[in-house]
Ligand binder design. Structure first.
Ligand code: NAD
Length: 347
């Protein structure tokens, strides 16, 4: 089928485009080549340099398209308050403009790149009081090296559990707020425009083509950059923060599965799925595994430092994506993270 892919020159978009073509689909590639992501880089061959916010003006590219795969976004944790308008413009307005243009062009199927950041903190349970939603961690506790969340009823340290897609959405950064807004615009469009959509909530994506170390990069790229400089990776808190690291080749396969699923479904569907490896890993272990791949023998340094907005644990359940999309990750962290240490990166 003919698929329009936004953000096609990005880290994930590049892998999705290749996976779609390998599967026999025709791909219309769209990317603004945002300087924040690409510097002065030129669009790869076959890429239409357009801004999703102007989707009404480039709508002719939607002719004959059966489904849109929307990866374009400004990414990162929302480092500065001053970044708020960029997230709102590219992610929220961009998605709204795209959805309106799709309606004009009678394109009624969408796969949206969402993120685990929509959840904020992960899921926690107290041995005595069951599932709990702890408040944000207090600065005093973090200063004292008390990094775990505690039961609001009895104060016991909470254990982490897998987050499923029904969890409350609780964005903790400007980027996260924009990803929640993308999902909400999409579900409104599904109802108003008699359409269907699938949102894929990627967990920590890593792999070949990942952008180099910037304040907006993922932690795996930061660890790798430290190791390349011959310095120990700096691990915040006690390194016990639990996450799910998913390889970009698996994220690409999840997109292909989601596209085929949403095209095959009737109107009125809006489903969200975790896209994860299903193998939780601590941040300290991530640093060790990337370090192992370099062979340089540099051990990570656990600093005890923290960033106030960081969540303690967020680890996903892969069950719904397996049941509905038939998606299961093929690359686990023990294999993928050492290989990432020497994979080619985006300049
Ligand atoms: N990388 C991760 O760990 C991760 C995790 C969760 C979700 N995501 C989501 O996956 C998607 C892809 O992220 P990525 O890691 O490949 O980032 P990326 O920065 O490598 O790619 C994003 C692409 O979108 C393009 N873009 C931005 N604004 C645009 C606009 N207005 N019009 C057209 N193109 C525009 C950029 O030029 C870039 O090529 C994003 O939606 C992101 O929120 C990524």
């Amino acid at each position: 089928m003919r698929v329009l892919l936004t953000g096609s020159a990005g880290f994930v978009g590049t892998a999705v485009g290749s996976a779609l073509e390998d599967d026999g689909h025709e791909v219309v590639r769209v990317d603004l080549m945002l300087p924040m992501a690409h510097g002065a880089g030129e669009p790869p061959p076959g890429t239409h340099r357009v801004d999703v916010r102007d989707a009404q003006t480039w709508g002719e590219l939607l002719a004959g398209v059966e489904v849109v795969c929307h990866q374009a976004a400004v990414v990162g944790a929302g480092v500065k308050v001053g970044d708020l308008p960029d997230y709102a413009a590219h992610n929220d307005l961009g998605t709204a403009a795209l959805l309106a243009a799709m309606h004009e062009a009678d394109v009624r199927r969408l796969v949206l790149a969402s993120s685990m950041v929509v959840y904020g903190e992960g899921r926690y349970a107290c041995p005595r009081h069951g599932v709990q939603a702890p408040p944000a961690r207090a600065r005093d506790a973090l200063d004292a090296g008390d990094f775990e969340n505690h039961c609001p009823v009895c104060g016991t340290g909470l254990g982490w559990e897998l987050v499923d897609e029904d969890a409350r959405l609780d964005p903790r950064s400007s980027y996260a707020a924009s990803k929640v807004a993308q999902e909400h615009y999409t579900s409104a469009w599904v109802r108003q425009a008699d359409s269907s959509a699938v949102a894929l909530r990627y967990h920590n994506v890593y792999g070949p083509g990942m952008p180099r170390d910037t304040p907006y990069s993922g932690v795996a790229a930061m660890f790798r950059s430290s190791l390349e400089r011959g310095e120990p990776p700096q691990v915040f808190e006690d390194g016990g923060q639990m996450r799910d690291f998913v390889h970009v080749s698996d994220v690409a396969r999840a997109n292909v599965a989601a596209l085929e699923s949403v095209v095959g479904s009737g109107v009125g569907r809006f489903d969200a799925y975790n896209v994860c490896s299903g193998e939780p890993v601590s941040i300290l272990r991530v640093a060790e595994l990337v370090g192992k791949g370099t062979g340089a023998g540099i051990a990570p340094e656990v600093t005890g430092g923290y960033r106030l907005g960081d969540v303690r644990h967020v680890v996903a359940s892969p069950a719904r994506a397996r049941a509905d999309l038939g998606f299961e990750a093929g690359v686990g962290p023990a294999e993928g993270l050492p290989a990432f240490a020497t994979a080619p990166l985006r300049a």
